[in-house]
Design a protein. Structure first.
Length: 417
């Protein structure tokens, strides 16, 4: 357990695979134990049986159950799910016992059904980003369990188990609309799940690359304020180690609130000044006193999400065609023909790349490959420009890194390498 985050959180990739080498449960206190998984599973013991808070993924649940078994003190009274993503509810069938009651947040079932029902859409997108990190060779083939709570928390609910009080509080849109936090007021411990995303002290991912319901910045800030006002001495998140000490918790939450508020205010003020979303993304720089990590979400992406939250999907500068179902790619062949063919576009893209303009190069290769998908020259520039962006990124943001690596691997495959 760490009392300081001065060195920054560990990379997200390390957090979600940390359970692979775990040989015993982590004792956070003498009554709270952690089993690491894609999202962690937590055991809370009481004088009258046990409570689980999240259960991890189906594949990791047997390992988590074995790690937690030496610390079990009685029947499993409740399983509390802080959100409706599979890395929180996937292990429920492994942990369930006769009499165990499962608890979820408002509209949990809707959130679960949306995600599970759209796996034909989300599965391949998630695999492209996460497959190599999670050592998967394709989207999940086995269906996730359809876990249905016995009890739904609509706003707040108090649970008493074996002399311990659990207050379940709706705190939406860290990742899902049904998100709840679990507050133990007597012990000053709060379980936040992924209210603050997968990495502590990091910019929230308001609209994930895989696709998901957008998370509103104003709702995120309200949930952060709710947790901050509890006065917790220990914050236990969905990933990684707890944050310990009332002063540390308050300082970290204040810092996150200031950083996200700064990005929101910067975006809104820029909109008022007539700047485009792309101008604001390009010009954004975090002042040092507001800086937090860009480990999964990213501040410049948050600018784009906040812009859309306030203005919607139609950007006036993109013009009339945005109102209709014919994409710009429909004229890539025409542009290539006018330019003298895909090779000519690839040649110009190579010049942009050589001049240190990888994004401009990719715009051109998109057009060239839209006209001639197997054009080798365009594929080579796309690979090289993507590699340049990867090197420039420094690998700090896992989502950006995974995307660029997957693009490079895809192009290498098309080139036969």
């Amino acid at each position: 357990m760490s009392e300081s985050k001065d060195s920054g959180p560990p990379p997200l990739a390390n957090l979600v695979t940390a359970g692979d080498g775990q040989t015993e449960a982590v004792a956070i206190t003498d009554f709270i134990f952690m089993a690491r998984d894609v999202s962690n599973a937590y055991l809370v013991t009481t004088a009258d049986g046990d409570v689980m808070i999240n259960t991890g993924m189906p594949d990791g649940a047997p390992r988590s159950a074995a790690l937690l078994k030496p610390h079990r003190t009685g029947p499993l009274r409740h399983i509390i799910l802080t959100q409706s993503h599979a890395d929180h509810f996937g292990g429920v069938p492994t942990f369930m016992e006769d009499g165990t009651k499962v608890i979820g947040g408002p509209d949990y079932c809707e959130g679960r059904d949306d995600m599970l029902g759209m796996q034909s859409f989300f599965g391949p997108r998630t695999f492209k980003l996460w497959g190599s990190t999670l050592k998967q060779d394709g989207p999940p083939r086995a269906p996730m369990p359809e876990v249905t709570p016995d009890i739904i928390v609509e706003d707040r609910m108090t649970l008493e188990v074996g002399g311990r009080t659990f207050e379940l509080i709706h705190a939406p849109e860290g990742e899902t609309e049904d998100n709840i936090v679990v507050w133990m007021p007597n012990e000053k411990v709060v379980f936040t799940g992924n209210t603050f995303g997968p990495v502590w002290l990091s910019m929230p991912f308001l609209n994930t690359l895989r696709g998901d319901k957008p998370r509103r910045v104003r709702t995120y800030l309200k949930s952060l304020e709710l947790v901050r006002d509890l006065g917790a001495e220990i914050v236990i998140t969905g990933h990684g180690d707890p944050i310990v000490g009332a002063d540390q918790v308050r300082a970290d939450l204040d810092r996150m609130h200031a950083a996200v508020s700064h990005v929101r205010d910067y975006t809104v003020e820029g909109m008022k000044a007539g700047k485009t979303v792309h101008q604001l993304m390009q010009e954004f720089v975090f002042p040092d006193n507001f800086r937090i990590g860009d480990f999964h979400g990213k501040a410049s992406w948050a600018v784009k999400s906040i812009w859309r939250e306030y203005s919607g999907w139609f950007h006036y500068e993109d013009g009339t065609t945005e109102l209709y179902g014919v994409p710009r790619s429909s004229v890539h062949g025409d542009i290539a023909e006018l330019a003298g063919g895909a090779d000519k576009l690839a040649e110009r893209a190579r010049a942009k790349f050589t001049a240190g303009q990888p994004l401009e190069a990719l715009h051109l290769t998109d057009i060239a490959l839209g006209a001639e998908p197997s054009n080798r020259n365009a594929l080579e520039v796309k690979r090289d420009a993507s590699q340049m962006l990867l090197e420039q990124s420094g690998g700090a943001n896992l989502s950006e890194t995974m995307w660029l690596r997957s693009e490079i691997a895809e192009v290498e495959g098309l080139l036969g390498n």
